[in-house]
Design a protein around this ligand. Structure first.
Ligand SMILES: *Cc1c(COP(=O)(O)O)cnc(C)c1O
Length: 713
C-alpha cells in the first residue's frame, strides 16, 4: 500500500478542515495510507527517513517556505501537493521544474474526488519514472510472468520449485531475482553486446552521470573492465607505462598481450601502505630514462594509474591528464566511483573536466565496491577520441553472451542513485559518518589515559576535505611527497594500532593489527584489509550510524579485553579452535607480545619498505614468461632458493596486495630484500597458527613454501 505523508507544523492546520478530511477519505478509498508524522527535525531529515513515501501533502501556510528553502536537498522527483486557499493558489508560481515536483491543490476544492484523482495520477507517474530505463523494463518484464521457453534454464525460477534442494535455494532469494534473471532472447530488452534498446539507454545514463563521452557496463568486474581498456590501447610490441601499484588484472593484461612494461614507481611508508606515484615520474625525462634502460622499448602508447590506491590516496588527475606525455591514459578507479558526486573530489577522478587535446582518457570503476550495485558490476568510461568499432569489438571479446540482467540493472541503478540531490546527500552522509568516526576515535584516544587506537590522518581534521599528503608533515610517513598532488580520501579510514610510529620505529610494546582484526571478526566486524599495524575500514554508502557505533564499540571491547588480559579461548574462539594445544594457556597480551616481538626481531616495517625499493630485473616480459609457463618450461624451487632465479608467476603478498615480483622477473642480490620480506611472512605464519599471510604465487607444501621458476635456457 502506498504511503502519503501529511506534513504540517501547526496544531490547527488546513489538514483539519472539513474539505481536507474529505480529500483524505477519497485518497484512502483509492488505497493510499495517510500518515501524519510529528515533525521535530528538518523536513529534509524527516523525508530521508522515509524513502519509501509515495508523495507528501503539505500545509502550504506553515510549510511552504521551508519546502522552497530545502529544494536543493530534496528528492526532486517526489511529488508534493500543497493544500492552500483557492485565492493563494492562483497567485503562486510553480517552482523550477527540475528542482521540485509541486502541485497546488486549492481548498475548499469543489470536487474532492477530482483532487484525489489528480494526486493519484501524479503518484503513479512518479513510480513509473522513478527507476532508470533498463531496470524499469526488467522489472516490468519480471512482473509480466511470461511463459518463456528460452534461457535461462531455470525458466524464471520454476525449475527450483520441483526439487527439495532447489526449493530451499529459491526460498532464500525470493521469486523476483529469478524472474529478472532472463536472457538476451527476450526481445523487449535490447542487447548489452550490441548496445541497443534499454541497454543503450542505461549506458547513456551512466555516461551522463560520470561526465564521460561514452560508458560501457561490464558484468565481470573491473578485472575485466581493465583488460578491455588495455587490449584496446595496445598492439603487439608496444611499450606501456604502468603503475607498479597495479591490480593483478593489469598484470594479467601484461601476460596476455605481447608488450613491454615500464613501471611508474609509487612511494611507500613504514605502515606498509603504498602511496602515490611522485609527480616527476610522469615527466618526459623520467620516461626517457626508463626507455634508455632497455633496448626493446619505445615511447609508451598507454599509461595506467590506480586512482585511488587501496589506502585511499587520490591524485590531482587534471595535472596528470595535462602533463603525462602519453596519448591513452587509463585511471583504474575501481575504488572511487563516487568521486564525481561530491566537490571534495573535484579534479581527482579520470572523467573530471573537459576532454584533453590529443589524448583519450579511460576510467574503470567497480560499481559494487563503493556504490549500491551487485558484485561484479563495473564501468568503462571514455573521454576523447576513440575508434568505436574497435572498442566495441574488444568489449565483446571479454563480455559474456549471457549477461546477468540483475547485475546490469544494478550497475544502472547504482549510477542513477547517485545523480540528483538524494545521491549527493547519500554520499555526503557517508563522508560525514566517516568524519564522525574519525573525530570520535580521536576523542577516545585523547581521553583513554593509557592507550587506544587512532586514525591515520592529519592532526587537524576540522575541515572535511581530501587532505593533501604534504611534504614535511609527519603523520603520513611518506618521504618526498609532492605539494598538492596526492590526497587522502576521508571515507577510507585506516585505524592504527599501537606499536609503531610513522617513521617505522617499533616500540617496546605493541599490538599487531592482525590480532585486533581477528578479534573484531570474532565479534562480527569485518575489516577490509589488515596491515602490520593498521586496519582499513571503508565507509561506503551502506554504512549507517548503527554500524559505525558497533565498530567503535568493538574497538573499545578489544581494549577492555586486552587490558584485562583475557584468555585467547574467550577472546577469539575461532583462533583457539585452530590449534587448541598451542593456544591453551595463552592470553591476549601474551599473543600480541609474541607477535610484536617477531616483528621487532625481524624489523618487519623495514623489510616491507625495502622489499619494494629495488625492483627485480625484468629478464622476460610478463608475456614471454607466460608463454614459457604455458609450454611447461618451469620447475618449482623452495622460496628460499628464489635468488638468482626467474619467477614464472607473479608473487603478490596480501597485504599490501600489490605484485612484488612480476612473471619473468629475476630476484637479484640488489633486490634480495624481496626474499627477506617473503621469508618473514612465512615465518610468522609458522610461529603463530592462524597468522599466515596470503601470498599469491607461493605454494605451501609440507616442508615450507615453494615458487615456480622458469627453466634456464
Ligand atoms: C578491485 C580492483 C579491481 C578489480 O575489480 P573487480 O570489480 O573486483 O573485478 C581492479 N583494480 C583495482 C585497483 C581494484 O582495487
Amino acid at each position: 500500500m502506498n504511503v502519503l505523508l501529511l506534513l504540517d507544523r501547526a496544531s490547527d492546520s488546513i489538514f483539519d478542515s472539513r474539505e481536507a478530511v474529505e480529500l483524505f477519505e477519497e485518497l484512502e478509498n483509492k488505497g493510499y495510507r495517510l500518515q501524519r508524522p510529528e515533525l521535530h527535525g528538518s523536513l529534509v531529515d524527516m523525508l530521508e527517513q522515509r524513502p519509501e513515501a509515495a508523495g507528501a501533502i503539505i500545509d502550504w501556510d506553515t510549510m511552504g517556505g521551508e519546502l522552497y528553502a530545502s529544494m536543493e536537498e530534496l528528492n526532486e522527483r517526489l511529488p508534493f501537493f500543497a493544500l492552500t486557499s483557492p485565492a493563494a493558489a492562483e497567485e503562486l508560481q510553480p517552482p523550477d521544474k527540475d528542482k521540485l515536483t509541486l502541485a497546488f491543490v486549492p481548498l475548499p476544492c469543489r470536487n474532492a474526488e477530482r483532487a484525489a484523482a489528480k494526486i493519484d495520477r501524479a503518484v503513479r507517474r512518479y513510480f513509473e519514472l522513478l527507476l532508470p530505463p533498463f531496470t524499469r523494463a526488467l522489472f516490468k518484464f519480471a512482473d509480466a510472468k511470461k511463459n518463456t521457453f528460452c534461457t535461462t534454464g531455470h525458466l524464471l525460477g520454476s525449475a527450483f520449485r520441483h526439487h527439495a534442494m532447489g526449493w530451499a535455494y529459491y526460498k532464500f532469494y525470493g521469486a523476483n531475482i529469478f524472474r529478472a534473471d532472463t536472457s538476451v532472447s527476450v526481445p523487449d530488452m535490447g542487447s548489452l553486446l550490441e548496445h541497443t534498446g534499454v541497454h543503450k539507454d542505461a549506458e547513456e545514463l551512466i555516461a551522463r552521470a560520470f561526465n564521460a563521452d561514452r560508458s560501457y557496463i561490464v558484468t565481470n568486474g573491473t578485472s575485466t573492465a581493465n583488460k578491455i581498456v588495455g587490449m584496446y590501447c595496445v598492439s603487439q610490441g608496444d611499450t606501456v607505462l604502468i603503475d607498479r601499484n597495479c591490480h593483478k588484472s593489469m598484470t594479467h593484461l601484461l601476460m596476455m598481450c605481447d608488450v613491454v612494461p615500464i613501471y611508474l614507481l609509487p612511494t611507500r611508508n613504514a605502515y606498509g601502505m603504498i602511496g602515490g606515484i611522485p609527480a616527476d615520474e610522469f615527466t618526459s625525462e623520467a620516461i626517457h630514462y626508463k626507455l634508455s634502460q632497455r633496448d626493446d622499448a619505445t615511447w609508451p602508447t598507454y599509461a595506467v594509474i590506480s586512482d585511488s590506491t587501496y589506502d585511499g590516496l587520490l591524485y590531482d588527475c587534471s595535472w596528470i591528464k595535462a602533463n603525462l606525455p602519453v596519448k591513452k591514459i587509463h585511471f583504474d578507479s575501481a575504488w572511487s566511483p563516487y568521486a564525481p558526486f561530491n566537490l571534495i573530489y573535484e579534479n581527482k577522478f579520470g572523467m573530471c573536466g573537459e576532454s584533453t587535446a590529443g589524448k583519450t582518457i579511460f576510467e574503470t570503476q567497480s560499481a559494487h565496491k563503493m556504490l549500491a550495485s551487485f558484485a561484479q558490476a563495473s564501468y568503462v568510461h571514455v573521454k576523447g577520441e576513440y575508434d568505436e568499432s574497435v572498442l566495441d569489438e574488444v568489449y565483446m571479446m571479454h563480455t559474456t553472451t549471457s549477461a546477468n540482467y540483475p547485475i546490469v540493472a544494478s550497475a544502472e541503478t547504482g549510477a542513477a542513485m547517485m545523480t540528483g540531490n538524494q545521491g549527493r546527500r547519500l554520499l555526503q552522509n557517508s563522508i560525514d559518518r566517516a568524519m564522525t568516526f574519525r573525530r570520535e576515535l580521536a576523542r577516545l584516544h585523547d581521553e583513554s589515559g593509557s592507550w587506544f587506537f587512532k586514525c591515520w590522518q592529519p592532526d587537524d581534521i576540522s575541515e572535511t576535505k581530501c587532505w593533501p599528503i604534504s611534504r614535511g608533515e609527519r603523520w603520513h610517513g611518506f618521504l618526498g611527497a609532492d605539494e598538492d598532488f596526492n590526497y587522502l580520501d576521508p571515507i577510507r579510514v585506516s585505524v592504527l594500532t599501537p606499536g609503531m610510529d610513522p617513521t617505522g620505529q617499533l616500540m617496546e610494546e605493541g599490538i599487531p593489527a592482525a590480532v585486533v582484526s581477528r578479534y573484531l571478526n570474532n565479534h562480527g566486524v569485518v575489516t577490509e584489509k589488515t596491515g602490520p599495524y593498521h586496519m582499513l575500514f571503508l565507509f561506503a554508502l551502506g554504512v549507517d550510524e548503527t554500524r559505525t557505533k558497533a565498530l567503535l564499540r568493538a574497538l573499545q571491547d578489544f581494549k577492555r579485553d586486552y587490558d584485562n588480559d583475557v584468555p585467547i579461548r574467550e577472546a577469539m574462539p575461532d583462533l583457539f579452535k585452530l590449534d587448541p594445544v598451542f593456544y591453551m594457556n595463552m592470553s591476549l597480551q601474551q599473543l600480541t607480545r609474541g607477535l610484536h616481538r617477531v616483528m621487532r626481531k625481524r624489523d618487519l616495517p623495514k623489510l616491507m619498505y625495502h622489499a619494494y625499493d629495488d625492483l627485480p630485473e625484468m629478464e622476460y616480459t610478463p608475456y614471454q614468461a607466460f608463454q614459457k609457463n604455458l609450454r611447461g618450461e618451469t620447475h618449482e624451487v623452495p622460496l628460499a632458493e628464489l635468488l638468482g632465479q626467474v619467477s614464472a608467476d607473479m608473487i603478490l603478498p596480501y597485504p599490501p596486495g600489490v605484485p612484488l615480483v612480476m612473471p619473468g622477473e629475476k630476484v637479484t642480490e640488489k633486490s634480495a630484500a624481496v626474499l627477506d620480506y617473503l621469508n618473514m611472512l612465512c615465518e610468522t605464519g609458522e610461529l603463530f597458527p592462524g597468522f599466515d599471510t596470503e601470498i599469491h604465487g607461493a605454494y605451501r607444501r609440507k616442508d615450507g613454501y615453494y615458487v615456480k621458476v622458469l627453466d634456464e635456457e
